[in-house]
Design a protein around this ligand. Structure first.
Ligand SMILES: [Zn+2]
Length: 82
């Protein structure tokens, strides 16, 4: 896959690099978002981690409970059993 956008950034002494604002904006990445960093075919790939329901794995209508997410349908099902 050919890169649509590229930029050169300098790695600091602690191994940190600033992701270009235009790329963060294009992907909807905001401060404090979780990012998944993986090594794929000699490339470091950074993806925005999309939260999923801990029960059904859906990505919509989520409510955060502690460090996990539960969708509205699963939350209603849990509440009906209490
Ligand atoms: Zn669910």
């Amino acid at each position: 896959m050919k890169s649509e956008t590229s930029d050169i950034r300098q790695l600091d002494t602690l191994g940190r690099v600033v992701l270009p604002k235009k790329m963060r904006t294009a992907l909807g990445i905001s401060e404090n978002d979780n990012l998944r960093i993986s090594l794929e075919s000699n490339a470091i790939v950074i993806r925005r981690e999309v939260p999923l329901c801990a029960i059904c794995r859906r990505d919509r209508d989520l409510t955060q409970i502690g460090s996990s997410y539960v969708c509205l349908a699963c939350a209603k099902e849990i509440a009906s059993k209490i």
